[in-house]
Design a protein around this ligand. Structure first.
Ligand SMILES: [Zn+2]
Ligand SMILES: [Zn+2]
Length: 240
């Protein structure tokens, strides 16, 4: 161990002593240096069996590689998805606190849970992570992009880069409710623009909540057209 590593380790231990981890949901002592206790960890709606392509929860596991009817009928532009939680209960609370109350520490917590799952499930690592870009006006309003904040701890954990510059969002497309699947896809067309060459062959998109997949699908489509061979989606929660 070199001196820098030793110093970082000592600093981490000092921080843990002065500020012991506390559960952000119930204030009990956190587990394994995380701001989440074991009870709240197990109470989160973890997704078990799910479609390997879009991560929608499925009733029956039926083998390692299963796809839902929708992905079989009309395959999306992305290849694989991982989503940690159903968007219910405390998962909603954690994500909303991050997005609307600037609780950036929650991004570290959720990002580290995501990295854990990638590791424990043996999921193939991409060449880079690409957080879903926010439209510039929304970025100014919020002050940060939650997907970038979620991607950072994951990137750090695996030592892979985060691509923040290849694709930008050129249109705000928030008003998606009330539209059916086909209309949503149409509404998303042209929302993203590639502004630099994408040099990686395997890219994983990071999103906070995947609802209809129309956003990530459009982003994946843009990446595939730019020559990316494989696009995966890692998200904290799956709604819908
Ligand atoms: Zn707790
Ligand atoms: Zn699916």
């Amino acid at each position: 161990m070199d001196v820098t590593c030793l110093a970082a380790g000592l600093l981490q231990r000092l921080i843990s002593t002065v500020y012991p981890p506390r559960c952000v949901l119930c204030a009990s002592p956190g587990m394994a240096d995380r701001d989440l206790c074991a009870g709240c960890y197990h109470e989160l709606c973890w997704i078990g069996a799910a479609c390997t392509q879009c991560a929608i929860p499925l009733a029956d596991s039926g083998g390692a590689h299963i796809r839902c009817g929708q992905c079989l009928q009309k395959p999306p532009s992305f290849d694989r998805s991982l989503s940690l939680f159903s968007y219910r209960g405390n998962a909603v609370r954690l994500i909303q606190q991050l997005k609307f109350n600037q609780k950036l520490a929650y991004a570290r917590l959720l990002g580290s849970l995501l990295a854990d799952q990638v590791r424990s499930r043996g999921i193939e690592l991409p060449d880079c992570l690409l957080p879903v870009p926010l439209y510039s006006k929304r970025l100014r309003q919020r002050g940060f992009n939650q997907s970038i904040e979620l991607a950072r701890p994951v990137a750090k954990s695996f030592g892979i880069p985060v691509d923040l510059h290849s694709v930008i969002r050129v249109r705000d497309t928030r008003a998606q409710s009330g539209l059916d699947q086909k209309q949503r896809r149409k509404n998303m067309r042209g929302a993203f623009q590639r502004v630099r060459p994408v040099k990686h062959k395997h890219v994983t998109i990071i999103d906070d909540v995947v609802t209809t997949t129309s956003t990530v699908n459009e982003l994946a489509r843009v990446l595939k057209r730019a020559g990316v061979e494989r696009v995966d989606i890692w998200s904290i929660a799956r709604a819908g």
